[in-house]
Write a protein that binds this ligand. Structure first.
Ligand code: SF4
Length: 96
C-alpha cells in the first residue's frame, strides 16, 4: 500500500489522517502572508533548496519557516513547488 501525498485527507486502516498544513499549527516566525510552515516540518531542506529567497531554517528548533513572502512570479512558482514537494505537507498557502 502506498501513501498518496497530496491528498488532503487519506484514510488508512480506518484512520482519517490529515496531510494538509494546518494554519492553527503554523510557526510564529512565519511572516504574515499566504505561505507558511506548520509544526509537521521534518527539516528535510527541500523548501529551502527550492525557494531559498522565501524559506529559511530555525537552527535551534530544526525546522523551516517563511521569512519572506514571494514578491515575483518566479518566487511564487518556487514557493508553490516547495509546497507541492514537501514530503509531509507542512507548507500551507492559506495564511493570514
Ligand atoms: S519541505 Fe516541508 S518538511 Fe522539508 S524542510 Fe520544508 S517545510 Fe520542512
Amino acid at each position: 500500500m502506498g501513501l498518496i501525498f497530496g491528498d488532503s485527507n487519506t484514510n488508512i486502516n480506518g484512520l482519517n489522517i490529515n496531510f494538509m498544513a494546518d494554519i492553527a499549527n503554523r510557526y510564529p516566525e512565519n511572516v504574515t502572508g499566504k505561505f507558511y510552515v506548520d509544526n509537521q516540518c521534518i527539516d528535510c531542506d527541500l523548501c529551502r533548496e527550492t525557494a531559498p529567497d522565501n524559506f529559511t531554517r530555525n537552527d535551534d528548533g530544526g525546522y523551516s519557516y517563511v521569512y519572506k513572502q514571494p514578491t515575483t512570479p518566479d518566487e511564487e512558482a518556487r514557493c508553490k513547488e516547495a509546497m507541492e514537494g514537501c514530503p509531509v505537507e507542512a507548507i500551507g498557502n492559506n495564511g493570514p
